[in-house]
Ligand binder design. Structure first.
Ligand code: FES
Ligand SMILES: [Fe+2]
Length: 446
């Protein structure tokens, strides 16, 4: 007879680690979050060596499309060449160093605006202005080939890596590479992009999004329709994930409220309405419908069939997508090391990327990309690219995101207290814990 043993689960569904940090490992140093010297180490040893999301393939779909990506004091631009391939160049003219591209756009060639040297889209030199005035040895075609970074794609994202000897993107991504989330993300296109800055280290800001442990403190309204106690947290060699399990179920932390299915649904719809995923009219109609539902219809059943029928009506094929994935249940929110996350359903993602704001280790650029699956042929070619120099200048973040942003500068300030030099991480925070562990390896502290 097989005996069921009451032992803690130590290996996650994808073979990663799910256990809590123990002993000395349970303490996380504060230094990576507040030290300018640590940020310098990251600038030297982390950012030049990791794969990082530069843009979406959609932004460089046509020959000549380019997007600049900046990280700390470095700038790179991704371009679609005439051969149809992607290249990423260090953004610096080989004459006297001028940056060659800013922002995004389309160009027939790469032309420096200072003295008009010109390169082909594949990085080969096309023309040196007044070439006869230069020592020919300085301007050979080989020496004037624009230096490149590695570039590769996954899930519709374009990744770059400044290290020519870095492992492949696939190896770097580990379990993310072949995940169903990658297939979902691949077909998504921009709806909106927003960038802002917040007064915190990039890891402090990222840490506000890496667990459901903060729901009861920060987002109490979520507990009415999310069971925050059943999430899965799993870490790997570099990557980490949080799996949402418990969507459409109230949290046991609410105590004995005895909520009916319709109460849960009304709370869920209210948050989606507030997020502007439903307009006033739709929200009112939904609330009316919910009041008439038979009590045995579960929130998950109702929301998934609503999503499926609305998607199919719009012309989006949902065949093969399970009810759970349609509403984000059992879907991984990947923490793509080092600096982004993918809270998502099978049809949309609220992708967030966190970058140091230049050399200021206590300011972080947050890029929020709303991507979604469109009916065939209807994805817009252009979309709002909103930039808010300070997060407080925008009032449309939505309640949940705003609640998180409000925490971040407070955490950063609080970590400066002189009385303690370390933080504590429990099981539900292993994604953050793992990120710091791997950053520590890159900077040579572990
Ligand atoms: S610096 Fe670019 S052409 Fe002179
Ligand atoms: Fe949050």
């Amino acid at each position: 007879m097989t005996q069921v043993q009451d032992v803690p689960v130590t290996v996650g569904p994808l073979g990663g680690r799910v256990t809590r940090p123990e002993g000395a490992e349970a303490w996380v140093p504060k230094e990576p979050f507040i030290s300018p010297e640590y940020a310098k180490l990251e600038a030297e040893r982390l950012w030049p060596r990791v794969w990082q999301v530069a843009c979406r393939e959609q932004e460089v779909a046509n020959v000549g499309d380019y997007v600049e990506y900046t990280i700390v004091d470095q700038s790179v631009f991704v371009v679609r060449t005439e051969q149809g391939t992607l290249k990423a160049f260090l953004n610096s003219c080989l004459h006297r160093g001028t940056q060659l591209k800013h922002g995004c756009g389309n160009a027939k060639e790469i032309r420096c605006r200072y003295h008009a040297w010109r390169w082909n889209l594949d990085g080969s030199i096309k023309e040196v202005t007044d070439a006869f005035d230069f020592d020919p040895a300085c301007i050979t075609p080989e020496s004037l080939q624009l230096p490149e970074c590695q570039v590769d794609t996954w899930g519709g994202f374009v990744f770059v890596n400044m290290d020519p000897d870095a492992e492949t993107l696939r190896d770097f991504l580990g379990p993310i590479a072949d995940s169903p989330e990658g297939r979902y993300l691949e077909t998504m296109r921009f709806e909106r992009s927003r960038s802002t800055t917040v007064a915190a280290n990039w890891k402090t800001a990222l840490g506000a999004f890496t667990d459901g442990y903060h729901f009861s403190g920060t987002h109490p309204q979520l507990l009415y329709y999310v069971d925050d106690t059943t999430y899965i947290y799993e870490t790997f060699e570099k990557q980490s994930r949080m799996v949402i399990v418990g969507q459409g179920k109230p949290s046991p932390k609410l105590g004995d409220l005895d909520l009916e299915n319709k109460d849960v649904l009304l709370a869920w719809v209210a948050d989606l309405h507030e997020l502007k995923l439903f307009n006033d009219e739709q929200a009112a109609a939904l609330a009316a419908t919910i009041h008439t539902l038979p009590p045995e219809v579960t929130p998950l059943q109702f929301m998934s069939s609503l999503t499926r029928s609305a998607s199919e009506d719009a012309g989006i094929d949902t065949t093969g997508i399970g009810d759970d994935h349609l509403i984000g249940e059992n879907v991984s929110d990947w923490f793509i090391f080092p600096n982004s996350c993918t809270p998502m359903t099978a049809l949309s993602v609220f992708y967030i990327r966190f970058r140091p704001d230049g050399l200021d280790h206590e300011s972080c650029i947050i890029d929020v990309w709303n991507l979604r699956t469109y009916p065939p042929g209807t994805a817009p070619d252009t979309w709002p690219r909103e930039v808010y120099p300070d997060w407080r200048e925008h009032d449309g973040w939505g309640r949940i995101f705003l609640q998180d942003l409000q925490n971040v500068p407070n955490v950063q300030k609080g970590m400066h207290t002189r009385s303690r030099d370390r933080l504590i991480c429990g099981r539900q925070e292993i994604a953050m814990w793992n990120t710091i562990r791997v950053v520590e390896q890159y900077v040579g502290r572990k």
